[in-house]
Design a protein around this ligand. Structure first.
Ligand code: SF4
Length: 335
């Protein structure tokens, strides 16, 4: 089914619902697609006898599977739209992931990017929405005389050449062979994480805005912010260690290690479990001077301006406590 510029295999979900005679279906949709939610529900209701409940909680990744609603609302089947599954979480019974493949043309923006590719060996990476376009990108670049590489990720990654905000392993798998990377997708977080994780130049190509940019300037700005957050945390005495309860974000062992490291550094800390982060939730814990997040690595970086108190990633805490050098800064990844 085509919804907006996305191709989504809702037919597959409908087939399963009818075959298994599912009565109640839960729909999980990422923030960017919620505007189309009625199209999804209408399609399912028209083609099946199931009733559809929309999970209205914010959803940012495949790490977040709506188990609570699934169990508490007596739901037979969960359709998670807009992300590919995270293989290491295992096959979930009665959960179907439907990727939203963008049909946007990438050739025009690619033409704009080619003059900026000042190297011969190029690694190509993307997010799930555009990963099916990587073969086409590869062919175009090869015809222009480039050598191209598409990597394979670790057990969190489903598609070739795909990266997540918490996993850049597919890029690292080819990092030694390439001189720079071309990223196809939107936003700043992924291309920046790609550069920090591989130490290679990145040209980011956005098929939505047709913007092409190098991540160099962005890197300077974000690193300044992160350096500032670590500096502010130096004088903090009481730390809250955040543990995400979403299935694919839980890192309780890491949280315990962090607690021990803080204790060794004569800092007091407490473990906090939460499903959804927001400034208003954390502000109620006035007793804490600073937070360290072991949940989604994007929280500390993307939402930095919204929080009054510093939130560090585990990598940044290691820098604060001298386990790591600032020169070795990288984004936090879940592995
Ligand atoms: S942990 Fe964050 S970056 Fe990773 S899949 Fe979940 S939402 Fe995306």
């Amino acid at each position: 089914v085509k919804i907006s510029e996305y191709e989504i295999d809702l037919e597959e979900a409908v087939k399963t619902i009818n075959k298994k005679n599912f009565k109640r279906v839960l729909l999980q949709i990422p923030e960017g697609l919620k505007v189309h939610v009625s199209s999804f529900v209408d399609y399912i209701e028209k083609n099946t006898k199931a009733e559809v409940i929309i999970s209205a909680n914010p959803c940012f990744g495949a790490c977040d599977i709506a188990y609570y609603e699934l169990n508490e609302l007596d739901v037979d089947f969960l359709i998670h739209i807009g992300h590919t599954s995270i293989p290491e979480l295992g096959k979930q019974k009665n959960v179907m992931f439907l990727n939203a493949r963008s049909e946007l043309d990438v050739t025009k923006v690619l033409e704009k990017a080619i003059p900026l590719l000042k190297a011969k060996k190029i690694g190509i990476v993307s997010t799930a929405q555009h990963a099916h376009k990587l073969e086409q990108v590869k062919t175009i670049l090869r015809n222009k005389g480039f050598e191209t590489f598409i990597g394979k990720g670790d057990s969190r990654i489903k598609l070739e050449g795909q990266i997540l905000g918490c996993d850049f392993s597919s890029a690292r798998s080819i990092s030694k062979e390439v001189e720079m990377f071309l990223f196809i997708g939107s936003g700043n977080f992924h291309p920046l994480g790609l550069q920090l994780s591989t130490d290679k130049k990145v040209i980011a190509c956005d098929p939505y805005t047709h913007e092409v940019k190098s991540t160099e300037d962005l890197k300077e700005m974000v690193l300044r912010q992160r350096y500032g957050a670590i500096a502010r945390a130096k004088s903090c005495r009481i730390f809250g260690i955040l543990i995400g309860t979403k299935k694919g974000q839980q890192r309780i062992d890491l949280a315990l290690t962090i607690k021990e490291k803080l204790s060794n550094a004569q800092k007091k800390s407490y473990l906090l479990a939460l499903d959804y982060f927001s400034p208003s939730v954390l502000e109620t814990f006035a007793v804490f001077d600073c937070f360290v997040s072991t949940a989604c690595p994007r929280i500390a970086i993307d939402d930095y301006m919204q929080y009054k108190k510093p939130i560090l990633t585990p990598v940044e805490l290691d820098i604060l406590l001298n386990y790591k050098k600032w020169e070795d800064y990288s984004f936090d990844e879940i592995s």
